[in-house]
Design a protein around this ligand. Structure first.
Ligand SMILES: [Ca+2]
Ligand SMILES: [Ca+2]
Length: 328
């Protein structure tokens, strides 16, 4: 079943794609400088902006450098007019605290094959893309990918250049400033979770791929607005917004910051539970694609992560066994 209507107390999320240049929306009671300051930490230097044109329209989104020449982003950022990348021109990738208008030109933009063949179905959890740069970037350290750590219940840090505002009103300012905010990784597609607060409802995530991770924007002054997980917001709680598409979701693994997801979409509970739609106000939800099922694709296209040891063992008349060990 796809996302259905409210029935028997079971509801599901409505969706808005973040494609069209719509940094994240912040708590109304926390200074913006905490969010821009978090984004300025060197462990997030690998997150940059992507700028491109489709026809007469210009777009901005986000992406993460995973090797000197490759940027990991969302499929809907690189999908162009047909989800296969058609119609995209003038794409470039830049770094820094704000959108600067300049960067390194892209030579290829490659949506994940399943994104193209699904006709851009975000519920399928395949909203991933890769961008090849015309020259390597050596000024920042590429992000380290993590394909193994169980993610549910962990604190994640999302980074991007999307629109901002406060949770009371949702996104209201333009995209182009780099922000990072935090949120618990509460659920994944396929789970059905109970809302906390006054009304007991179940959020139906059936029909959504388990590769989609969900975060909700908890309201510091209205715990009833929580959609999933704990109703208590974290100190730098925020929700991604338009323009954060393709930006990274990071976790801490034993003191090392690692990239585990790609910002994909915003969602809201249906009317009348939410009267504002998916505008990144309190109670709305973010969908992030976990990279954990896509290690082979990323490695095949980019050679990342680079194996630390490659040994070739030849047997008899041309038999070949390749073993590789990954750097931990
Ligand atoms: Ca939350
Ligand atoms: Ca809303």
């Amino acid at each position: 079943m796809r996302c259905g209507s409210i029935s028997a107390g079971v509801t599901c999320v409505l969706l808005v794609l973040l494609a069209t240049g719509r940094a994240g929306v912040i708590r109304g009671d926390v200074l913006d400088s905490f969010y821009t300051g978090l984004a300025a930490q060197s462990v997030y230097d690998s997150v940059g902006f992507l700028r491109w044109n489709e026809g007469a329209s210009g777009y901005i989104a986000s992406g993460t450098l995973i090797s000197p020449e490759w940027v990991l982003t969302a499929g809907h950022v690189v999908g162009g007019t047909n989800n296969y990348g058609a119609g995209v021109s003038g794409m470039f990738f830049g770094l820094g605290s704000v959108y600067s208008g300049t960067g390194i030109a892209a030579t290829e933009w490659i949506p994940y094959a399943g994104w193209s063949s699904s006709n851009g179905d975000v519920w399928a959890g395949v909203d991933l893309g890769l961008v090849r740069l015309s020259q390597p970037i050596t000024s920042v350290t590429p992000a380290l990918l993590d394909f193994r750590t169980p993610l549910l219940g962990l604190l994640g840090t999302n980074v991007g250049y999307g629109r901002s505002g406060t949770g009371t009103l949702g996104m209201s300012s333009d995209a182009g400033v780099k922000r990072a905010g935090q949120n618990m990784i509460d659920a994944r597609g396929g789970m059905v979770t109970k809302m906390e607060g006054g009304t007991l409802l179940e959020l139906d995530l059936n029909g959504i791929s388990p590769t989609v991770l969900f975060q909700d924007f908890d309201n510091p002054t209205d715990l009833v607005a929580s959609s999933i997980g704990s109703a208590i917001p974290v100190a730098q709680e925020y929700l991604i917004a338009s323009g954060d598409s393709g930006g990274g979701l990071f976790i801490d693994v034993g003191g090392v910051t690692k990239l585990v997801g790609v910002n994909s979409f915003l969602a809201s509970l249906p009317y009348p539970l939410d009267t504002t739609g998916a505008n990144a106000d309190y109670g709305d939800l973010a969908g992030v694609v976990s990279v954990q099922s896509f290690e082979n694709w990323i490695f095949t296209v980019t050679g990342v992560p680079e194996p630390s040891v490659i040994s070739l063992l030849f047997f008899g008349l041309g038999g070949l066994v390749l073993t590789r060990r990954r750097a931990e």
